[in-house]
Design a protein around this ligand. Structure first.
Ligand SMILES: N[C@@H](CCC(=O)N[C@@H](CS)C(=O)NCC(=O)O)C(=O)O
Length: 218
């Protein structure tokens, strides 16, 4: 069976959401981020991103990774493109043009959105209050204005990114956009984007994933 190394409180959410949409069963192998442990070198420390056993799986020391019958892959969004291509159906590209568009939007989300949206998450929500820097959050929000306007325009037609239907790339982009949700001003300014995110996050597979994530210790 497919193994996903990671946690619900990590970028593995992207792969878990997709697997549920595809009906692909998987085993989640818990690997925690080393920085979340008080002492990753303690003899009783759980498997973590810098554990020698896990570094044999992913020498980059990050989660998620997958093991699909011996094929080891890293990079959450690339894993999703692979799984969609492998299992086919309406979530996958139906031809080489759609494949190109899905690769483009995925690379776009990774470069134009995620580096900024994660700073919004860290500095408005995730870090302890004393470590948050409002200036970092504000700069990230300012940097997201242009790409969010691009996304809003792209969604004006069919309400989806590729092929007029829900696909893997809606998951890939929505998961990068989700990190910016603590900046509601970005969504108020982009009604198509806001409606799309609400729609994709109303899907049962997303809700099931988030419900399990909420049960995991913060
Ligand atoms: N580009 C990678 C990023 C992976 C990444 O940075 N994962 C975080 C958790 S979401 C991590 O492993 N952090 C712990 C560490 O770097 O030790 C992906 O999308 O898979």
């Amino acid at each position: 069976m497919l193994k996903i190394y990671g946690l619900y409180r990590s970028r593995a959410t992207r792969n878990i959401w997709l697997c549920d949409e595809l009906g692909v069963p998987f085993t989640l192998v818990p690997v925690i981020q080393a920085y979340r442990l008080p002492d990753p070198n303690a003899p009783d420390a759980p498997l973590h991103t810098k554990s020698p056993e896990f570094l044999k799986i992913n020498p980059n020391g990050h989660i998620p990774s997958i093991d699909d019958d011996g094929l080891i892959l890293h990079e959450s969004l690339a894993i999703n493109l692979y799984l969609a291509n492998k299992h086919g159906g309406s979530l996958a590209p139906e031809d080489v043009s759609e494949n190109g568009l899905m690769t483009t939007w995925t690379a776009w989300a990774l470069t134009e959105v995620e580096p900024q949206s994660i700073q919004v998450l860290y500095h408005r929500v995730a870090k302890p209050e004393a470590e948050r820097d409002a200036k970092v959050a504000d700069a990230a929000i300012a940097a997201l204005k242009a790409p969010f306007a691009v996304l809003d325009k792209a969604l004006a037609g069919t309400g989806y990114l590729v092929g007029g239907r829900f696909t893997v790339v809606d998951i890939n982009v929505a998961e990068c956009v989700r990190y910016a949700m603590a900046a509601p001003e970005l969504f108020e300014a982009n009604p198509n984007l806001k409606a799309w995110l609400t729609k994709v996050q109303a899907r049962p597979a997303f809700k099931a994933m988030m419900a399990k994530r909420d049960l995991e210790p913060a």
